[in-house]
Design a protein around this ligand. Sequence first.
Ligand code: CP
Ligand code: NVA
Length: 320
Amino acid sequence: MKPGMSLMRHYLQFKDFRAEEYAYLFERVATIKRRFKNYEKYQPLVDRTLAMIFEKASTRTRVSFEAGMYQMGGSVVHLTTGDSQLGRAEPLEDSARVISRMVDLVMIRTFEQTKIERFAAHSRVPVINGLTNEYHPCQILADIYTYIEQRGTSARGVIDPDCLKGKVVAWVGDGNNMANTWLQAAEILGFTVHVSTPSGYEVDAKVAGINNRDCYKVFKDPMEACRGADLVTTDVWTSMGYEAENETRRKAFADWCVDAEMMALARPDALFMHCLPAHRGEEVSADVIDGPQSVVWDEAENRMHVQKALMEYLLLGRIG
Ligand code: CP
Ligand code: NVA
């Protein structure tokens, strides 16, 4: 860590940062992305190493962290449960002690949130949540930045990091890690989430880790959740780790497909987002995800830009 920097920080949940830190981060993302697009070298993390631990599959998270770290001058070590001692019952606490003596930063994708918390409690270096059963903060960071880029950026490229304030985000689908993280973001950044899930798959404010229940409203009918929304978003019906429930979920979620009829109830300038991977014909129709309101490819690309800003912040603090 940079001399003079105060306490080491982890990024385990969206609520680990305050609103003003997000405002700072979004400004940094805009700068870092602009430099990348202009082929300007920016390597503040030379000699820094990121360990990435995957206990679940990934495409976007792996590529975005790995490419992002190399672009910033650092290097990465990629571990999975199957090819490390984690899969042979070495205690997580011991793995954390050892790995964090050799690298500068750790990103983990795992199952229960308690696992990443135990790792972080024994780590000498910052730990980033790359998805747990409960939360996916890096994805929501990218989603919100994508909204800012699309709806809160002037012609001269000046961003309004607060542009989601007072807006409505419609969540259609499972009360899962993505939904929980949207609720945390709504509480911190001052917008409202209209949540519609099939019964039995509701969000739980306790699991979501929010105090202010006014930051979301529950709708039985997904169409009503979308009415007047500024952003409509969804996710797979079956998240990783829940595959045994696949058939039951397919039946329960049949009416929770974001289609053109739902999008027509949202504001005319509403955006559609999906963290991906997507299943066309299940949680979203092909004409919506491949249609003009969809920003899913920018959203996926922005994972890399926001995580570069996040790694810079965790390792170097505020720049300038
Ligand atoms: N959205 C997301 O986290 O994608 P991956 O599972 O491919 O990393
Ligand atoms: N909710 C999904 C997100 C995948 C990026 C899952 O946890 O599998």
